[in-house]
Design a binder for this molecule. Structure first.
Ligand SMILES: CC(C)(COP(=O)(O)OP(=O)(O)OC[C@H]1O[C@@H](n2cnc3c(N)ncnc32)[C@H](O)[C@@H]1OP(=O)(O)O)[C@@H](O)C(=O)NCCC(=O)NCCS
Length: 268
């Protein structure tokens, strides 16, 4: 049992139920997304994205995909995205949330929900897709950078401030990396085929393999890791590098973000 989050993150006994990924369109679909946020993030009510926001998003160019069990229509996971504009007024898609029920995490659902977003974006010719994630979450980094081929050029210290009620955010500043997912690029095609960059990185930033376990053991150590990762990212990005690789820690070792000179190749 993971006592910090209050739910069991171990693999379930049985197989993943059969499911289909489809667009969420009804108020019931959106209500299920609200419930799933409660389970995954353990937000208090004030931090939940409510049904109204899902409805508005659905009617204004955004989209939510859900993974529904075919047997009983239970929502197993969802991804939620908004239409957005960057500083140069270019449209892109901002993916605000992706979540999978704790008992079905780590078995590929998150990846499938991101691929549904990619297909949606490509069909409408709006790319890239961008989203944020906590730089100390090794699993998210692995999924976003290695499995999906996202790259990082931006680090936001304390993005949401210190008001979040989520168990996942407790005790630390809400630092976030901004992932850019150039879904038409060769870099992404390679990543989706399991091919990573072969050239040597010029810098690396380490994080613990399991920050949640560290938070339970020693919150001061977790804070120190956050400051170290923040400083490391600031230096690498200020040096004109970008993050386009990640190595998950093996055998109790730390994970590592890998940096390369930024040649802007993902945009092609
Ligand atoms: C993030 C999330 C959506 C990903 O969905 P998921 O279904 O668990 O992800 P996937 O199974 O597709 O991919 C996770 C990968 O990370 C790997 N992984 C697990 N723990 C890891 C760790 N500590 N470090 C590196 N990789 C890790 C898994 O083995 C899997 O890789 P594999 O397919 O090669 O085995 C889901 O875990 C979740 O809901 N997390 C909590 C909420 C959250 O952080 N949402 C994202 C920010 S909005």
């Amino acid at each position: 049992m993971n006592s910090n989050l209050g739910y069991d993150t171990a693999y379930p006994e049985g197989p993943l139920p059969e499911y289909e990924i489809r667009l969420c369109e009804s108020v019931d679909d959106f209500a299920a997304c609200v419930d799933l946020q409660r389970t995954v993030w353990q937000f208090s009510e004030v931090d939940l994205t409510p049904v109204r926001s899902f409805v508005i998003t659905h009617h204004s160019g955004g989209f939510t995909y859900g993974a529904f069990s075919t047997e009983d229509e239970q929502l197993l996971g969802f991804s939620y995205a908004l239409p957005a504009f960057d500083d140069g007024n270019r449209p892109y898609i901002y993916s605000h949330m992706a979540a999978v029920l704790p008992e079905w995490q780590n078995v590929g659902l998150g990846m499938k929900l991101k691929l549904a977003q990619r297909d949606h974006a490509r069909m409408r010719n709006i790319t890239p897709i961008k989203w944020t994630f906590d730089p100390l979450q090794s699993r998210n980094a692995y999924l976003n950078i290695v499995k999906l081929g996202g790259v990082v050029r931006t680090y936001f210290p304390n993005y949401y401030g210190n008001r979040s009620t989520s168990a996942l955010h407790r005790g630390l500043d809400t630092d976030r990396l901004f992932i850019e997912w150039w879904v038409q690029s060769r870099h992404v095609a390679n990543a989706l085929n399991g091919v990573q960059r072969q050239d040597d990185p010029v810098a690396a930033v380490e994080i613990p393999y399991d920050i949640e376990a560290m938070k339970r053991r020693n919150m001061d150590a977790a804070r120190a890791w956050q400051l170290k990762a923040r400083a490391g990212f600031h230096k690498c990005l200020a040096d004109g590098l970008y993050c386009a690789g990640f190595e998950p820690g093996r055998d109790g070792g730390n994970s590592r973000y890998l940096f390369y000179p930024d040649e802007g190749i993902e945009m092609r």
